[in-house]
Design a protein. Structure first.
Length: 489
C-alpha cells in the first residue's frame, strides 16, 4: 500500500542521510519503490505527498530536516540503488565480469534514473564499457593469506591487461610493455599494506558478528592491491627523483635497458590503474565515491610529503630539523602506508562515525612515523642484500631521523663541522659516507633508536582504550604493529 511504501521510504532516507547506506538499502517497503518514486517525479502529487510526508517525519525524528521535493527526488535515487543491489544479488552469473553499458539507466518519462554510481554516460565508450567484476574464480584461503592475496593480484593484473586492446586500442607491443611494468613494479614485495586491508576487513566483520565469505575476502584483497599499486607508482617516481640504484633486490625500473624516462609515463599509468580497479570492482557500490575520494586525498597528502622530502636538496642543513622530519614522514609515509589500508576496510564494512576514523588515524600516524624512522635507520645500518636496496640518504642530503638527531640534538661541534663539509656531497660507498655512519654510532644514535622503539610501543598501547571505545577491534592495530616492530628490512 502507499502508506507502507511511504514508511519504507522514510526509513530508508533517514538512514541514507545519516550515512548508513546498508540500512538505507535494507529498509522495507510495501511495493516497488522505484515505480513509486518514478511516478512521483512524473507528477503524481498524491503519491509524492504520502512518500514525502513520511520521509520528512522520519528525517525529523533523526534530527535531519528535509523539504518534500528533495525527499522525493532522493527517494528515486535510493530506490534505484536498492533495485540494482537486489538484482545483482539475485542474478546467477556464469562469468566473472559483466558489461553493463548497454543498460545505462531506466527511463521514466523524461527522467533517467541512475543504475549505479559507476555508470558515467560521459565514459561509456566503446561499446561494453564499463565492465564490473562481480565474481571471483579463486577461493580465498586465510590459512594461506599471502598466497591467496598474490592470486588475487595476478587475477587483477591480468584483468587490467585484457582491457587494453579492446577498450583502449593498444597494440600488442604496448600491452606487453604495460604487463612488464605492472609485474616488475607491483609483485615481489612484502605486501604488508595490502595484506592489512584484508586482515582489517576480517577483524571488523568479526566484531560485527559476521563471517566473511570468499567474495568478501577477494574484494578486500582488491582494495589491498589498489594500495599496492599506489605504493608501486610512488616508489617508481621516488627512485627516479632520488637516483636510486636498486629496489627489492633488483635494478630500479627506470634503470633497465630501453626504459629510462619512459618510466615517467609508466608510473602515471600504474597510478591510474588504482582507479580502474576501484571502478571495476566497486563502481556499483554507494560508497564508491568515498573510496575514490580517500585515494585522491591520500595521494595528495603523499605528494605533499614527497615535496617536503625532495626539496631538502635546496635546503640548508640548519633547516633539516626533527620537526621537519616528523612533518615530512607523516605526509610522505604514514597516511598511505598505515591510515589508508585501515580506513578502506572501515568504509566497506559500514563504519560511518567520524570519531572512529579520527581515533584510528592518531594511532596509525604514530605507527607510520615510527616506520619511516626504521627506514632511515636501516638505510644507514642494514645489509643492502637483506634490505633489498642500497641506501642513498647521506648522498642525497635527506632529512633523515639519523641526520636530524645528529646535527641538531646530539652532535658535537666536530661532528657538525664534518657533516657540514660532507653531508649530501659524498657518494654511496665513499670513505666520507662511511665516516658519517661511524659518527652516528659514536653519537649514540643506535641506542637512542632502541629507546625510541620502546617508547613508541608504550605510546601505542595507551591508545587501546580509545580504540575499543570507538567500536574498533584492537587486534587490527596490534597485528599491524607486530608486522613492523623491530623489522630488519
Amino acid at each position: 500500500s502507499a502508506p507502507a511504501v511511504a514508511l519504507g521510504t522514510g526509513a530508508a532516507l533517514a538512514a541514507y542521510a545519516r550515512g548508513d547506506f546498508l540500512a538505507a538499502f535494507a529498509a522495507p517497503s510495501g511495493a516497488d519503490l522505484g515505480s513509486v518514486a518514478g511516478a512521483s517525479l512524473r507528477g503524481s502529487s498524491s503519491t509524492a505527498s504520502i512518500v514525502g510526508a513520511a520521509a520528512s517525519s522520519a528525517l525529523s525524528a533523526a534530527g535531519l530536516p528535509c523539504a518534500v521535493g528533495c525527499t522525493v527526488a532522493t527517494a528515486a535515487l535510493v530506490a534505484a540503488a536498492r533495485a540494482r543491489r537486489g538484482s545483482a544479488r539475485r542474478a546467477s552469473l556464469p562469468v566473472r565480469s559483466v558489461a553493463v553499458a548497454e543498460r545505462a539507466g531506466t527511463t521514466n518519462g523524461d527522467v533517467l534514473l541512475p543504475v549505479n554510481p559507476g555508470l558515467n554516460p560521459a565514459t561509456c565508450w566503446p561499446a561494453g564499457k564499463p565492465c564490473f567484476t562481480t565474481e571471483y574464480p579463486m577461493e580465498y584461503d586465510l590459512k594461506d593469506a599471502k598466497g591467496s592475496f598474490e592470486k588475487v593480484g595476478k587475477f587483477l593484473l591480468k584483468e587490467m591487461e585484457d582491457e587494453l586492446p579492446g577498450m583502449y586500442e593498444l597494440p600488442r607491443k604496448e600491452v606487453e610493455w604495460v604487463r612488464r611494468s605492472l609485474e616488475y613494479n607491483t609483485l615481489g614485495g612484502k605486501m604488508n599494506r595490502g595484506l592489512i586491508v584484508v586482515e582489517t576487513g576480517v577483524e571488523l566483520l568479526k566484531s560485527q558478528g559476521k563471517t566473511p565469505t570468499s567474495t568478501d575476502l577477494c574484494r578486500f584483497a582488491i582494495l589491498g592491491w589498489c594500495v599496492e599499486l599506489l605504493q608501486a607508482c610512488m616508489l617508481m617516481a621516488d627512485d627516479m627523483m632520488d637516483g636510486s640504484l636498486t629496489r627489492r633486490g633488483a635494478p630500479c625500473w627506470y634503470r633497465l635497458e630501453n626504459v629510462g624516462l619512459l618510466a615517467t609515463n609508466d608510473f602515471l599509468m600504474v597510478e591510474m590503474f588504482v582507479y580502474k580497479a576501484l571502478k571495476r570492482h566497486f563502481g556499483q557500490e554507494p560508497y564508491f565515491v568515498w573510496l575514490v575520494d580517500l585515494f585522491l586525498e591520500t595521494t595528495f597528502q603523499t605528494e605533499c610529503g614527497q615535496l617536503l622530502d625532495s626539496i631538502c636538496s635546496n635546503c640548508e642543513l640548519e633547516e633539516l630539523t626533527t620537526e621537519r622530519w616528523t612533518l615530512l614522514v607523516k605526509y610522505k609515509t604514514a597516511f598511505y602506508s598505515f591510515y589508508l589500508p585501515v580506513a578502506l576496510s572501515m568504509l566497506v564494512v559500514g563504519v560511518r562515525d567520524r570519531a572512529s576514523y579520527d581515533t584510528a588515524r592518531e594511532a596509525l600516524m604514530l605507527m607510520g612515523v615510527y616506520f619511516q624512522a626504521q627506514d632511515d635507520f636501516l638505510d644507514a645500518f642494514a645489509n643492502p642484500e637483506e634490505l633489498g636496496k642500497i641506501g642513498t640518504d647521506i648522498q642525497d642530503k635527506k632529512c633523515s631521523w639519523l641526520f636530524a638527531h645528529a646535527f641538531h640534538e646530539h652532535g658535537t661541534p666536530e661532528a657538525k663541522e664534518y657533516l657540514i663539509q660532507h653531508y649530501g656531497k659524498c657518494k654511496v660507498g665513499s670513505e666520507e659516507e662511511q665516516h658519517i655512519k661511524d659518527l652516528y654510532k659514536e653519537l649514540g644514535l643506535q641506542e637512542l633508536f632502541q629507546k625510541y622503539e620502546a617508547d613508541t610501543q608504550s605510546k601505542l598501547l595507551e591508545y587501546r582504550e580509545q580504540i575499543e571505545a570507538a567500536g574498533l577491534p584492537w587486534s587490527v592495530f596490534e597485528r599491524f604493529f607486530a608486522m613492523i616492530f623491530k623489522r630488519r628490512k
